[in-house]
Design a protein around this ligand. Structure first.
Ligand SMILES: [Zn+2]
Length: 243
């Protein structure tokens, strides 16, 4: 199921051209406030194919470089617009495209393992949707099987799919949790994300030490504190956001 419905999200007023609108948009961006659960997409988000998107982004990125005063005749810079465009569409923002969502096969839980399964330290790279600079960190995921299991690498792929979008960390955490709930057909899912935002460390307040932690607990993880503690214990055995 495609969850990211095209929508006019409740941040639509940010598109207004009044000064107030711009001020509010600036504040929301600097404070890293997300406006909606779904990635805000335009209704025509997938009307252009990837090749056309690459061509158009390259053209516009070239303009940005020219405005900055860069000499695009220089051999070192010549290929940059095309490289950036390709990287955006095929790599770091490829998770915007529903057809890039990993297909998941469920297996029967033959061993009747009904304890918590934890997949921790899943390294991810994303990009802050407010500044378009990297967010990187670790995602930790747990679930309790209701009779089905998925291949461990699929959990990583789900994390990567939602990371490869312009993101807000809280939204990414929820999107991963909801996808796992749907795929595994259970509510017993926990997701914890521990990340560094380069828009905080490399610019703005330039705090190189802060990390941002977000979590989403569902089902038994929400109801039973001991399950949350068990999950935290497993991930804190050796959990550092070190890349
Ligand atoms: Zn940011």
């Amino acid at each position: 199921m495609i969850k990211d419905s095209a929508q006019s999200n409740n941040g639509a007023h940010l598109n207004g051209h009044s000064n107030n609108g711009h001020q509010l948009a600036d504040e929301i961006g600097e404070n890293h406030v997300g406006t909606s659960y779904d990635t805000p997409l335009r209704p025509d988000a997938f009307e252009k194919d990837d090749d056309l998107k690459i061509e158009l982004i390259a053209k516009h990125f070239k303009e940005i470089m020219l405005i900055l005063g860069l000499d695009l005749e220089d051999d070192s810079l010549k290929g940059t617009p095309g490289r950036v465009a390709k990287m955006y569409v095929q790599e770091i923002f490829s998770g915007l495209k529903p057809e890039n969502k990993p297909s998941i096969t469920l297996f029967e839980n033959k061993y009747k393992y009904n304890e918590m399964l934890v997949e921790k330290n899943i390294t991810f790279y994303s990009n802050c949707e407010h500044h378009f600079v990297p967010i990187h960190g670790k995602a930790h995921v747990a679930y309790i099987s209701n009779g089905n299991v998925i291949g461990l690498s699929k959990i990583n792929r789900i994390v990567q799919y939602y990371a490869k979008r312009p993101q807000v960390q809280e939204r990414m955490t929820m999107q991963i949790a909801n996808e796992l709930k749907e795929v595994l057909q259970t509510d017993d899912v926990a997701v914890l994300v521990d990340a560094t935002h380069l828009c905080v460390s490399s610019r703005g307040v330039q705090d190189v030490n802060s990390q941002t932690v977000t979590s989403h607990y569902c089902g038994i993880f929400q109801e039973d504190e001991s399950k949350r503690k068990e999950f935290i214990n497993y991930i804190s055995l050796n959990s550092k956001n070190e890349i």
